[in-house]
Write a protein that binds this ligand. Structure first.
Ligand code: ADP
Ligand code: ZN
Ligand code: ZN
Length: 803
């Protein structure tokens, strides 16, 4: 009987969540299983698809087309991840194919070239017969000479490896190195002929003597670390023929060259110990429980995670730890690597596609049992999961903005259920959604009320900038802030200063007519960038020169408004000429490794002040930091979003937590124009519980989450009236399926109504229980794929941003 594969095909213009049936040709029987990628005919084209099931029946009437080729020798997605992809598609109103692709490293999505590489341990016969003396041959060449089945066998025996090459991207990383060619006697002879002054060359020859006879190449880096000579000395020596210069392939280890200090488990505080005992018990007994660890900053949450992971590993289980991208600081990475070393794999955006792919394979081959990563690491192909940890669980970066619009927290909960393992949600400021679930008893609430060693929480002073403005000129620093920074300089302590950039930017305005330069494509003003001397649109990337005259009235009185980190840095340098300042923002951290470099410098006390945007608020743990200053606490308060207070409270709590983490007491100065606002006052008193109660009351009154679920629908088009027409049509379609209790907000133009030449209209549905809603939204998604008319629809379940 013919076997049939159900395949999700990648058709960009006509996506569907329905698998298509394909016959498995006789030549491929027993080689295809669910989770593999295949090539199938579709219309006149050939496309890639994922096999999601194998059956022997098809409801399709007519002759089935046959699968053309199989891409993988073994599944790239296992049973769990296939099931997860289906659930993800349904629950986020996404296309199945985009979910499948999201779960894999991008190198497997991109067009690629596949080769077969000979492993060093292979049978020599293989080297001559199949590889004909080469090390690596194209996959197609290999399958011409032997069957895919045979290759699979060889791969299992570790004789060959299947390698994916990203098009045009160099795959191997090569290093310069030396291969010793001279014997000990030859080296001695060379040394005897040197002049007395040639000290460097003598050193090098002594080194070459010590490695004489070695058949493996030595990287220059390694040589330079061993002897005090320069690259120049090596170059000259190579020319003289003292050794052979060679290129060495380097394995892509994102942490090569980093020395990670090994750390031992600490003796736990009573609060920590109670938490670890309770959670590790659940790991051991495979209980699918959720623990919300609500611990003040510096209460030692990370140490709890590490010890639970250790307990899981002891039981032969694996662990997944998620952290927000921005908190993936080298400090955090080192803490985990320092504890579990080689067993850790990292997945985050700082890695190159190649490094990511290598890390993914280490996980997939079960060589790594601990995964630390940002949002998409939640799909890491770990088996035998013992625990899933989500640090800073309230972070919005866990939610993806594009299809599939998933929240990693929901995926983590799904996977934990599949594996019957506990989940730890950790935060000093849990999301209201999670905290409310703990209140109801759905989650276990574990509270850590004290900092490690009973270090006091930092004292927070709020400065009313309305009064300051009367005193001084237009500066960004209050008197108190400056006094405090000066004190730190005298005491050789460090300060962290944060400029909140959310909902806020530098722009250019004409002083004569008030004209503000806007993006020609979007409904937003252009941002001034001093580093590139240009005006940029943060939404579409449009860039133009800084204007010298007003485009409206031709006046020359152009003024720069707003406060960028660069401007603050300049101001600070003028006020405190002796202070050493490091600036950390998108501009200074664009290059790979720049982030780490700045933090290392600060950690070594090479600077007195770290000035930065929100990216400095999380995860930093420096003992000499005794002052945290927030220059503008309230820029986010005015945003048209019901979570504005929650975000402000979270940010202030996080950044305050950077102060006084070691023996020295910490202080925090918060500058604001809304000193009485409850988010600021409660953050000042480190009162999360108070904030939770207050905010819950407001959410209840306003019928907002967590009392209601929300769905955000958006329609966009280049012509405004077509976008508007569509959103009203969708509202009319949805109204009949909704109950009286559902609330519809809008439709309205989006807060930023025009982006990239498209107009956006939106509506929000708030609801508690609507049995017919999902089906109708799924239908809307299916019916409104990008059509010829150019309308685009997006459906966002539980959006975290309404702007
Ligand atoms: P949190 O993540 O809750 O902000 P951390 O895990 O970063 O807190 O811990 C704060 C500091 O206390 C860190 O420097 C950490 O190394 C240290 N620490 C944590 N637990 C202990 C412990 N049991 N004994 C001593 N020091 C600890
Ligand atoms: Zn003007
Ligand atoms: Zn734009």
């Amino acid at each position: 009987m013919t076997q049939i594969a159900e395949v999700i095909v990648d058709v960009p213009t006509m996506q569907t969540n329905r698998p298509f049936d394909y016959a498995i040709p006789a030549s491929l029987t027993k080689q295809i299983s669910p989770g593999m990628r295949v090539v199938v005919p579709f219309g006149k084209r050939q496309l890639q698809g994922f096999v999601v099931a194998i059956t022997d029946q098809s409801s399709f009437e007519g002759t089935l087309k046959e699968i053309v080729a199989v891409v993988d020798l073994r599944p790239v997605l296992n049973h769990e991840l296939l099931q997860l992809s289906q659930w993800l598609a349904q629950s986020t109103f996404a296309f199945w194919i985009s979910c499948l692709q999201t779960m894999l490293p991008s190198v497997m999505k991109a067009s690629y070239e596949k080769t077969v590489r000979l492993e060093p341990t292979a049978d020599p016969k293989l080297a001559t017969e199949l590889f004909q003396g080469k090390q690596e041959i194209p996959f197609s060449e290999a399958t011409n000479l032997t069957s895919a089945h045979k290759l699979l066998q060889l791969q299992k025996e570790q004789q060959v490896e299947i390698v994916y090459h990203v098009n045009n991207r160099a795959h191997k990383k090569m290093l310069k190195g030396l291969l010793p060619t001279k014997s000990v006697a030859e080296c001695e002879a060379l040394k005897a002929n040197l002049t007395k002054s040639a000290k460097k060359q003598a050193l090098l020859l002594a080194y070459l003597t010590s490695v004489a006879g070695q058949t493996e190449a030595i990287a220059y880096q390694q040589v330079l670390a061993a002897v005090a000579v320069s690259r120049e000395t090596l170059r000259t020596a190579a020319k003289k023929g003292w050794f052979k210069e060679v290129a060495i392939e380097q394995y892509r280890d994102p942490y090569a060259g980093h020395t990670v200090e090994h750390t031992r488990p600490r003796v736990l505080t009573a609060e920590q110990a109670a938490a670890v005992t309770q959670i590790s018990q659940a790991v051991k007994e495979s209980q699918n429980e959720v623990y919300l660890v609500e611990g003040v900053t510096g209460s030692g949450k990370t140490e709890i995670y590490l010890q639970v992971i250790q307990d899981a590993l002891k039981l032969g289980k694996t662990a997944l730890m998620l952290v927000p991208e921005i908190a993936l600081t080298p400090q955090m990475v080192n803490r985990v690597k320092g504890r579990f070393g080689e067993r850790v794999a990292m997945l985050h955006s700082g890695l190159s596609t190649g490094e990511r792919y290598d890390e993914w394979r280490r996980i997939e081959r079960q060589e790594a049992q601990v995964v630390v990563g940002a949002r998409s690491a939640v799909f890491a192909p770990l088996s035998h999961l013992g625990v899933i940890i989500m640090d800073e669980e309230h972070e919005t970066s866990y939610k993806q903005d594009d299809m599939p619009r998933y929240n990693a927290r929901d995926v983590a909960l799904w996977r934990a259920k599949y594996h019957n393992c506990p989940v730890i949600l950790g935060s000093a400021t849990p999301s209201l959604e999670s905290r409310a679930r703990a209140q109801k008893g759905v989650y276990h609430l574990i509270r850590l009320k004290h900092r490690v060693n009973d270090r006091p929480m930092p004292e927070v002073t709020v400065v009313d900038m309305k009064n300051e403005l009367k005193k001084t000129t237009e500066g960004n620093f209050s008197e108190l802030m400056l006094t405090q920074i000066r004190q730190r300089l005298i005491r050789h302590e460090q300060s962290v200063l944060m400029l909140n950039r959310r909902g806020f930017s530098s722009f250019v305005m004409c002083r004569d007519c008030g004209f503000v330069l806007k993006c020609p494509n979007c409904d937003i003003s252009l941002t001034l960038h001093m580093d590139t001397h240009s005006m940029k649109c943060h939404y579409c990337g449009h860039e133009e020169a800084i204007p010298k005259v007003c485009a409206n009235c031709h006046s020359h009185k152009i003024r720069y408004y707003g406060t960028g980190t660069q401007k603050v840095e300049a101001e600070l340098k003028e006020l405190l000429p002796t202070a050493r300042i490091l600036r950390m923002d998108i501009d200074t951290t664009r290059r790979k490794g720049a982030h780490e470099k700045i933090l290392n410098q600060f950690g070594q006390h090479d600077a007195d002040i770290l000035l930065g945007t929100q990216m400095i608020a999380k995860g930093l743990d420096f003992p000499d930091v005794t002052l945290v200053g927030v220059l503008n606490a309230d820029t986010a308060l005015g945003l048209p979003d019901f979570r504005a207070s929650e975000r402000t409270f979270q940010l202030l709590t996080q950044v305050s937590g950077r102060a006084g983490r070691a023996d020295k007491k910490g202080e925090v100065v918060v500058q604001t124009y809304n000193p009485e606002h409850y988010a600021i006052q409660l953050a000042r008193h480190h009162d999360y519980e108070g904030f939770y109660k207050r905010e819950m009351t407001l959410r209840h009154q306003g019928n907002y989450p967590p009392y209601y679920f929300t769905i955000l629908l958006t329609a966009s088009h280049e012509e405004e009236n077509l976008a508007a027409k569509k959103i009203f049509q969708l509202m009319n379609q949805l109204k009949p399926v909704l109950s009286q209790k559902a609330i519809i907000l809008g439709p309205t133009p989006r807060a930023i109504a025009r982006v990239n030449r498209r107009y956006y209209y939106q509506m929000v549905i708030k609801y508690k229980n609507e049995p017919n809603l999902n089906a109708e939204l799924t239908k809307i998604m299916q019916d409104n794929q990008e059509t010829k008319k150019g309308i685009q629809i997006s459906i966002d379940r539980e959006p975290l941003s309404f702007i």
